[in-house]
Design a binder for this molecule. Structure first.
Ligand code: FUB
Length: 339
């Protein structure tokens, strides 16, 4: 069985990238808390980030220490959740979700000259950003555009953004709409009912300097293969919950995510980084612990799934450990865990 990549701290939500021929992992840094478990995720009360690196798959893992702490970021009140990182123009960018002073999850960015940080945060969150779990994909072989994927329901607050006077964005049918924040929908609330569509993850283009959005936020369409229509809200085994990740394999865009309360890592594929993506299958069955969250990267000539579970903490949901497993693609491009 795969072992935690590190055991001196708890780590979760691993976002892995190869920078300068080395593998860097940007995880959440879980910590003990007395906050009771609830469906809003309050017990995930993280306060800083560490960056991990490896020279070879299976080789020693270096913990580079604290790369950013909540008290360094002027707009943050609490909960540094799942981060990601990207590089452009010789600089490294750490993208992270946290609650702002009004308790709304936003996405922040911090900059460094080195992949391991330390990172200097921007004064404010990325204007127009909201919800959790940023994943940044730089399409290096198609114009070098950078895409920011975000979103999470329940504790991630996606369902709190309802029609009202507020922020303009594009819905999954390509129409403009205005959304405003309704805090009363925080927690385990989401659309439901016959024929009701699931909420989609969000995507926006990032500006050339990676510090702001260069397009309106757009809701992504995740389609059911049997109907060609958007996945339905009550389809909890397939609908998007959180943990967006984008990677490209042989020209196809793979959007992968967690199904949350059914605990699967699932994926959908498409021909554009903006979607639509058609549901394709599962990557990982439920692990020990409530959450599941991952990334996929090519390293050392093989493809790897980075994920977490709660084996080391013996099942404490908010004390997770990052692991890696090799994945392979079959001739159709379907993903399988290597046995
Ligand atoms: O780590 C806190 C939250 O738990 C993440 O943002 C979610 O994806 C889930 O893993």
């Amino acid at each position: 069985m795969p072992q935690p990549l590190v055991s001196h701290i708890y780590t979760a939500d691993p976002s892995a990238h190869v920078f300068n021929d080395k593998l860097y992992i940007y995880p959440s840094h879980d910590r003990e808390t007395t906050i009771a478990f609830n469906d809003n995720g309050d017990q995930y009360d993280m306060a800083d980030y560490h960056v991990l690196s490896m020279d070879t798959p299976g080789g020693p893992v270096t913990d580079h220490g604290i790369a950013l702490r909540d008290s360094d970021v002027p707009w943050v009140s609490k909960q540094l959740w799942a981060p990601d990182a990207a590089t452009k123009n010789g600089k490294f960018y750490l993208f992270f979700p946290a609650r702002d002073k009004e308790n709304i999850f936003r996405i922040g960015v911090a900059v460094s000259d080195k992949p391991e940080g330390p990172f200097s945060p921007e004064e404010n969150f990325i204007p127009g950003s909201y919800s959790i779990d940023p994943a940044v994909f730089v399409d290096t072989d198609a114009g070098n555009e950078a895409y920011l994927y975000t979103g999470g329901i329940w504790g991630g607050q996606l369902q709190c953004w309802v029609e009202g006077k507020g922020r303009a964005e594009i819905d999954m049918d390509g129409n403009e709409r205005q959304l405003a924040f309704d805090e009363s929908l925080s927690g385990p609330h989401e659309p439901s009912g016959e024929g009701v569509r699931a909420l989609g993850p969000r995507v926006a283009l990032l500006s050339e300097d990676m510090l702001s959005l260069a397009s309106p936020v757009q809701e992504i369409k995740l389609l059911a293969p049997e109907t060609g229509e958007p996945l339905l809200a009550d389809d909890h085994e397939r609908r998007f919950f959180e943990a967006a990740w984008m990677h490209k394999y042989r020209g196809t865009y793979y959007f992968s995510y967690s199904t949350g309360d059914t605990h699967f890592l699932a994926y959908a594929t498409g021909t554009s980084p903006l979607g639509p993506f058609t549901y394709r299958g599962r990557i990982l069955d439920p692990v020990l612990g409530w959450t599941t969250h991952h990334s996929i990267a090519e390293f050392g000539g093989k493809w790897w799934l980075f994920y977490h579970d709660c084996e080391l903490s013996k099942g404490v949901d908010h004390l997770r450990s990052v692991k890696m497993r090799e994945i392979v693609y079959d001739e159709e491009g379907d993903i399988h865990l290597k046995e």
